[in-house]
Design a protein around this ligand. Structure first.
Ligand SMILES: [Mg+2]
Length: 271
């Protein structure tokens, strides 16, 4: 049965092309969570599910901003928006380099969105609260946007800090330099960090730096890599884990951690 188009701009995938949950290649070097003490989360379409379509609002407002800023028709603005996104990592990075845009006005405009589509998530809250160690949000968006969304989800107070695009001097993921800046700024040890992201290319640098990487599936299709992913039969080596549901994945991680603890306790001689 065909899934019905989901949004006006229809960027969301339909049930018919929901991806399989992919596994790592046999023999791929694996990394787990036993030693993880820093838990780093992308924000958009990672901490909240893409299905709520919040990002569609941001996406549309980027096009509106460009149309007004450059005085071009909306369709052309959308074309530039997506071209810069692919070429520079973010639309903003392209606008700054090509058009010398001052970022603050752009960020304020694109993140001025209606958060009523984001629901409070007590289950997600419980799982993030259970993560042993520090937790950070690392986003190509603004600090204020991350703060508002995390607050709406009911998880903001669980995070030690937010590393936003301004904190990285507007160097965006997927650039390795963005990750190095985040690591330096927050004193993160990459070998004991886990990175959660919905965009596969944003996991290449964290893998190279030694982090455990988790791809959180997003049905929000606006990058060619997401089309390419549909033909993947296994995960590329820089992605160690994949999930269709972040909260469910964290629940499984917690169960697995408890079991391994039980095992260790079981192995110890009885007092
Ligand atoms: Mg994202």
């Amino acid at each position: 049965m065909m899934g019905k188009p989901n949004a006006k701009t229809a960027p969301l995938s339909t049930a018919a092309d929901t991806p399989a949950l992919l596994s790592p290649r046999a023999g791929a070097p694996s990394r787990g969570f036993a030693h993880a003490d820093s838990w780093i989360f992308d924000l958009d379409n990672t901490l909240y599910p893409a299905e709520c379509n919040l990002f569609a609002q941001v996406d549309r407002r980027m096009g509106e901003f460009i149309a007004r800023y450059l005085g071009v028709p909306f369709a052309h603005a959308r074309h530039l928006q997506k071209t810069y996104y692919r070429q520079f990592g973010t639309t903003l990075a392209g606008l700054m380099r090509v058009h010398k845009l001052e970022p603050a006005e752009f960020l304020a405009y694109v993140h001025d969105i209606d958060l009523s589509v984001v629901s409070e998530s007590p289950r997600l809250r419980a799982e993030i609260a259970a993560l042993p160690g520090r937790r950070l949000i690392f986003t190509n968006g603004s600090h204020r946007h991350a703060e508002r969304v995390a607050e709406k989800l009911g998880v903001l107070d669980l995070f030690e800090d937010i590393c936003d695009i301004a904190a990285c001097d507007y160097v965006p993921k997927p650039e390795a330099d963005a990750f190095r800046r985040m690591i330096r700024r927050h004193g993160v040890a990459a070998e004991t960090a886990a990175m959660f992201e919905d965009m596969p290319m944003n996991l290449a640098a964290p893998h190279d730096l030694g982090m455990t990487t988790v791809l959180v599936h997003s049905g929000y299709i606006d990058h060619p890599i997401q089309e390419q992913m549909k033909s993947w039969t296994e995960l590329p080596d820089h992605i160690h884990h994949m999930t269709l549901d972040l909260t469910g994945f964290l629940e499984m991680r917690r169960d697995a951690a408890h079991k391994s603890m039980d095992l260790e306790e079981g192995e110890a001689p009885d007092a």
